[in-house]
Write a protein that binds this ligand. Sequence first.
Ligand SMILES: [Zn+2]
Length: 312
Amino acid sequence: MNLAHFLLNSRGVRNLVLRANSLLNRFGFSPAKMENSLNCGIEMNQELGLKLSLPVTAIILERHPEIIRNLQDKGVELAVHGYVHTDYTELSREKQLEHFEHAIKIFKKQGIRFRGFRAPYVKWNEDTMAAIHELGFLWESSKTVMWNVLDDYEASLPKKNWEAYKKVLKLYNPVDAFAHPVLPEIKGNFVEIPLSLPDDEMLVDRLHLPQEKIKEVWQKILSLTYERGELFTLQVHPERFPFLREEIKSVIEQARMYNPKIWIASLDEIARWWGKKEKKTRWPNGARSCLSITGDIDALTLFDFFMRIFGK
Ligand SMILES: [Zn+2]
């Protein structure tokens, strides 16, 4: 078998090429492409009266401080997404603590306010939680919860898409939303805010679900959380803001139509409310449920993305 034939038929290589293509769609050699995506987030924030919560890896903040500071100046809420984008469950408690302390130092040095934390790859263990507790974060949002609302699309999508989707799902190890209440929880001195799945990456990159259907999925979760009086934390990575802008907009517009209303809040606001001792109702001001839009800033350039391989 010649090499070209082998490469073309190799599933691993084909996947690599497909992933490279998706990467090039998201990031450029300079941060210009991501800046454009982040500006789209700023516009949505202002236009839709949102308060986006964007966790950012500290090394990205260190490399591109002006871009991240601009987000804060324009009313976007930021949080810590580790020092580097790595699987922290592979590090000891001491190492995790060291990394998060270093991340905090960088945030402080750059004048970026933060109250919360989300682990890279949403991978955490008890040592991660102990470090979060020790460092005095107000909230943590790495525990995932899965809304199984995709049955209607099962037949219309190729089997290989489902396989790719299930593979990531296994990595995330979520709890089932139909078996547990989906609400924040007080854990010692911080508030744990569950992150809803499927996220944008699962729907776009793995499942290749058409945009119209992505909107349907989000609307289904929104109405389920409303019926149950619970929380929908919608994760869209900022590099997909331009691509999913209309879908995000329509979910917000739909959320504003409910009566009693849906509280559209940032993760800081949710944690502050949930931690209040004198709170008499589940959500403030007569709201029946809560919606928050969040998205991790993992990289601003292709260089940032590839440096992750080396833990940098
Ligand atoms: Zn991430």
